[in-house]
Design a protein around this ligand. Structure first.
Ligand code: ADP
Ligand code: MG
Length: 451
């Protein structure tokens, strides 16, 4: 049986691992340790939730020596601000008994304070590519001392269009350095980046790209449209003992907001939402409230939750079927982390079936289909995107009005017109499980302010 003993870690690091309750390295941690220590360039491919953060942090911290220099010697690049916060937290825990200065740098917050923090001296900087480049350009930060560069979630980084920023930063780094890259999936973009910038990195690969973790149980439903998806989701969520902590994915911001609005009636006091149009503080608070269990349900877009390690998510619900199968892998990787049992549920409309097939092809696994529970009301009401095209032609400004007025007003108005969208069913459940609530974002914001 593998153990951290075999790494011959120094006492401060061993003690920190003890505090975290970790005694056995994961497969990627075991394989990456000596390779990263050797100083060679490394590319590690492993599923989400397999412990990649420690896989690069442990060898880097093993080599860490006390320094009086102001310049950081290790730079860790991650795709999102949320991930910066996460990795900073992980590293702070690991360096609890060490003399090691860890600093997170990301956009959307005051840059002056980050300049001050940098001027006080750091050893390890964890950053998003955009903000670090700004700080390097205006000389607030020197990259000339960087000996190790980690690019975490390279695949996401490239998906998000960070290739240009990455190459800019690479230009500013000293040539003699170690490059360490980690990714959940190996894509053509990742390969192209490596061909272009790195010399023959040693590749460590844990699972075949696209293989789901064994400890995630998957199921799916065929659902005709958005409002029926809402009814189905709400019917599933009634079981609070089973659905303890639920991460719901939608394909874009508009859908996230639209669903959040619909959730308000029954689950308003236990649902939060994150996407890139929300302010940084709002996003951090939403994630915290979900992580700590104050909110049972978090609605998110793909980008936002990439790489986030949230505590014990029981269910990932794919409210939309992602068009890119890789996104499905990332989504379901949020549950069943580090040996814990997880569940993934996929909703697909007729239009989304081809994407579902793509996902199954990538995984080489057919997701078992479940019968729609009989209590779920099938809605005939359609959102603008679901309207047949000839109907849109007959009523060409329908979609435009929707955009102009914004989703929420439109939907409220439709509701007042008593269209069938599962109203009686909702009322019944509501009577059974919950007090009535005010509509809109209000309860949420009130709670946010108090919190
Ligand atoms: P990845 O980056 O591969 O998606 P993370 O590094 O975020 O995964 O780790 C996923 C979760 O597993 C985290 O909660 C982390 O604390 C935990 N973890 C990592 N390594 C171990 C280990 N050796 N033993 C137990 N838990 C671990
Ligand atoms: Mg990670």
């Amino acid at each position: 049986m593998a153990s951290f003993e075999q790494f011959d870690l120094k006492k401060p690091l061993r003690n920190a691992l003890n505090d975290l309750g970790f005694d056995t390295p994961t497969a990627i941690q075991e394989q990456a340790y000596s390779v990263v220590l050797s100083g060679k360039d490394v590319l590690g491919i492993a599923q989400t939730g397999t412990g990649k953060t420690l896989a690069y942090s442990l060898p880097i911290l093993t080599e860490h020596k006390f320094s009086k220099d102001y310049f950081p010697r290790t730079l860790i690049l991650v795709p999102t601000r949320e991930l910066v916060i996460q990795v900073v937290k992980d590293l702070e825990e690991l360096t609890k008994y060490m003399n090691c200065r860890v600093l997170g740098i990301y956009g959307g917050v005051n840059i002056k304070r980050q300049r001050v923090a940098l001027a006080e001296g750091t050893d390890i900087v964890i950053a998003t590519p955009g903000r670090i480049y700004d700080l390097a350009l205006d000389q607030s930060m020197s990259l000339k001392g960087i000996k190790k560069l980690v690019i975490d979630e390279v695949d996401v980084m490239l998906d998000l269009g960070f290739r240009y920023q990455l190459s800019n930063i690479l230009e500013l780094l000293p040539e003699r350095r170690q490059n360490i890259m980690f990714s959940a999936t190996m894509t053509d973009h990742v390969e192209a980046l490596i061909d272009h910038f790195f010399v023959d990195p040693k590749k460590i690969s844990i699972a075949v790209s696209g293989t789901p973790l064994d400890n995630i149980s998957q199921a799916r439903y065929d659902v005709p449209n958005f409002y029926t998806k809402v009814n189905l989701l709400q019917s599933l969520l009634v079981d609070q003992d089973e659905f303890k902590k639920v991460l719901v994915f939608t394909s874009n911001k508009k859908m996230a907001d639209r669903l959040f609005e619909e959730m308000d009636e029954l689950h308003g006091d236990e649902t939060c939402v994150i996407h890139s149009n929300k302010s940084q503080n709002y996003r951090i608070r939403s994630i915290e409230e979900f992580d700590e269990g104050q909110n049972r349900i978090l609605i998110s877009t793909d980008i936002m939750s990439r790489g986030l390690d949230l505590e014990k998510i029981t269910h990932v619900i794919n409210f939309d079927t992602p068009a890119f199968p890789e996104n499905y892998m990332h989504r379901i990787g949020r549950t069943g982390r580090a040996e814990k049992e997880g569940n993934a549920i996929l909703f697909s409309t007729e239009k989304e079936q081809k994407w579902r097939e793509g996902i199954e092809e990538l995984m080489n696994y057919k997701v078992p289909v479940l019968e729609m529970p009989s209590e779920v009301q099938i809605s005939t009401k359609l959102i603008p995107e679901e309207q047949p095209e000839d109907a849109m032609l007959k009523n060409p400004d329908r979609n435009m009005k929707f955009e102009e007025r914004g989703a929420s007003t439109h939907e409220k108005k439709d509701k007042n017109q008593k269209t069938n969208q599962g109203g009686s069913y909702k009322r019944n459940i509501k009577k059974k499980y919950k007090k009535a609530q005010t509509r809109g974002d209000k309860t949420y914001h009130k709670r946010q302010k108090r919190g």
